[in-house]
Design a protein around this ligand. Sequence first.
Ligand code: UT7
Length: 357
Amino acid sequence: MQAATVTDATTTARITAASTATPTALPRTRSRRPLPRGLTAGLFGVGAALPEREIDNQHFEDRLDTNDAWIVRRTGIRTRRWLDEGAPLAPLAAEACTAALADAGRSADEVDHVIVTTITPDRITPGLAPEVARLIGAHGAAAVDVNAACAGFLYGLDQAAALVETGRARVVLVCGAEALSRLTDQEDRGTAVLFGDGAGAVVVAAGELDRGVSRFVLGCDPEQGDLLYADNEDRKLRMEGREVYRHAVARMTEATTEALAASDLTVDDLDLFVAHQANSRIIEAAANELGVPHEKLAINVDRVANTSSASIPLALAQAERDGLLQPGATVALAAFGAGFVWGAGIVSWKELRHVCA
Ligand code: UT7
């Protein structure tokens, strides 16, 4: 099966060149007339981008005390993409955003707010979002990074929906972009094989919709912070894998159950369950507890590994390409990551109702 849209060298070169060029548009702030409150935020476009460099399991078999059979059996991961060493992440994120805008039939000039979720910005400051806004030509849009680890995309989506539904923004880009290869300890077989790089984005806008992006259930348990972290000195991901696994299944299951109840839905109403792609066993265990059948699972961890907050939009893009997502589909999203933080929400996919913004 084909991987998500791969960054082609020409596009990357074009975007990289743009990043060094003098911006043509003068900075300006947005002062658009706000929308009335009471509209529903919806998802109207998706885009994905992966680095060209592919790292298969053989790469680790050659360097560490591990093998393809262990990695596939315990994680479901067969391959992943990594940025070249020293390559910036912003052009990859910009490519995903540009693809999402094209998919939604929107121009960059319409974007009011760019939210980029990441734990691997190119610089400590400024964040990734301002550079992404510049690269895509969203001049004058607000731009902010959100760090909620692997749950970042759901936190960003919840904030985007709030901006749209309170009339503070008309069109919001939410982009999960990660270069976890930068944070991976290549000597540690317990984590080295798990992570990949990539970017995925969606367009959020307001409409008179049946469901759109419904209320999200978000949570945090700061007492568990030491089970999964990267600190400033070491700058490498450290994880108690088995414990994290246990919490991930329990929290994503509970949050999805709550989100379904809050939406007056049952598991039978779902067309697709898109969980954070950390490990196919985690996704299957959560689905089993919820009672979601295998054919309603989105799984692309085999091709991209764990891409933290990029994983859900990458999985959405892949699911649409695979024909698993039709307009109006009811989708449960669930994620879990360092913090611990987690979330779940029910969304309708590209609902074809009256779109106001
Ligand atoms: O994205 C944020 C959330 N992250 C996650 O959700 C990840 C959660 N955790 C996991 O996915 C799994 O716990 C892992 C994939 C990390 C590990 O799988 P596991 O089935 O929980 O294995 P384990 O940690 O219990 O380790 C079993 C054995 C150990 O050896 P001993 O002590 O039984 O001799 C490990 O040392 O597997 C060993 N091991 C490996 N063996 C070969 C650990 N990593 C590897 C490896 N290759 N790469």
